[in-house]
Design a protein around this ligand. Structure first.
Ligand code: MG
Ligand code: MG
Length: 257
């Protein structure tokens, strides 16, 4: 069942989203070669709690961190720990914030220092595919239109969308209906309605779409060792246009979007 949110509920998710957006901007400023993913996790937890929020991921199904930190060929769900960022890495950071009972969910992939050109292209294409999905978040579009829009951008660039992991509705729970695959057929699936709030999150591999779960039971990496990028926003479906609830100041040239 897809829960439609009232304007007041969307405002609560947006308030959680503001904390989350600022947290990601803070982490992007702090992440550099030599910094460990455990350091970033600690910074994130402190930041979120100082703003009155709760890190949604901490303890979720036993997850031990406030962030997921996934370097290079790791796609998502990396446990923060001893790994130290190296020059030339890409690093995906996924964060959830709960405020006043409502959740926002967002992720970015950072490039650390001098990164190979193909890695930068992967980041650009993944970001662009997320925006293509967001652009479909208005009444009249179907879920398949959104999925297809993401897939089209990714595959036109010669990259692959991960198929076994999907985006999702978000609200009182981090994972609500509907599931949002990053591939699909236009004109199919339910029609989007104002008040749906969706976490759209393309996970894009430079190589093939296959992934595997590591022995830690959490971290998921590309099957072929290729790089992977992940960008995610929490988006409210509008009558005519989407409203992104986790837009970062860094994306909007300093103004809060
Ligand atoms: Mg996320
Ligand atoms: Mg998510």
């Amino acid at each position: 069942m897809i829960v439609r949110k009232s304007a007041a509920e969307v405002a609560k998710i947006a308030a959680a989203g503001d904390i989350l957006a600022d947290c990601l901007d803070m982490l992007a400023a702090e992440a550099r070669p030599g910094v460990s993913t455990a350091d970033l996790d600690e910074l994130a937890e402190r930041f979120i709690r100082a703003r009155g929020g709760v890190p949604t991921f901490l303890g979720y199904r036993g997850f031990p961190g406030s962030i997921c930190a996934s370097p290079n060929d790791m796609v998502v769900h990396g446990i923060p720990g001893a790994y130290r960022i190296a020059e030339g890495d890409i690093l995906s950071i996924d964060v959830g914030v709960t405020l006043d009972g409502y959740v926002a969910d967002s992720a970015i992939t950072l490039s650390m220092g001098a990164v190979e050109a193909e890695a930068l292209r992967l980041l650009d294409v993944t970001r662009e595919s997320l925006e293509a999905g967001i652009a479909q978040c208005h009444e009249g579009a179907r879920l398949g239109d959104l999925s297809h829009a993401v897939q089209e951008v990714v595959e036109a660039a010669g990259f692959s969308v991960v198929r076994s992991l999907v985006g999702h509705g978000v609200g009182r729970e981090m994972h609500e209906d509907p599931q949002i695959p990053n591939y699909g057929d236009p004109g199919r699936g339910p029609r989007l309605e104002e008040g749906w709030v969706l976490a759209i999150e393309p996970m894009v591999n430079a190589g093939g779409h296959e992934v595997f779960v590591a022995d830690d039971g959490w971290s998921i990496s590309t099957g072929d060792g290729s790089l992977s990028a992940h960008f995610e926003h929490t988006v409210a479906v509008g009558k005519k246009a989407p409203r992104v609830l986790t837009r970062r100041r860094s994306e909007t040239g300093g103004a809060q979007g």
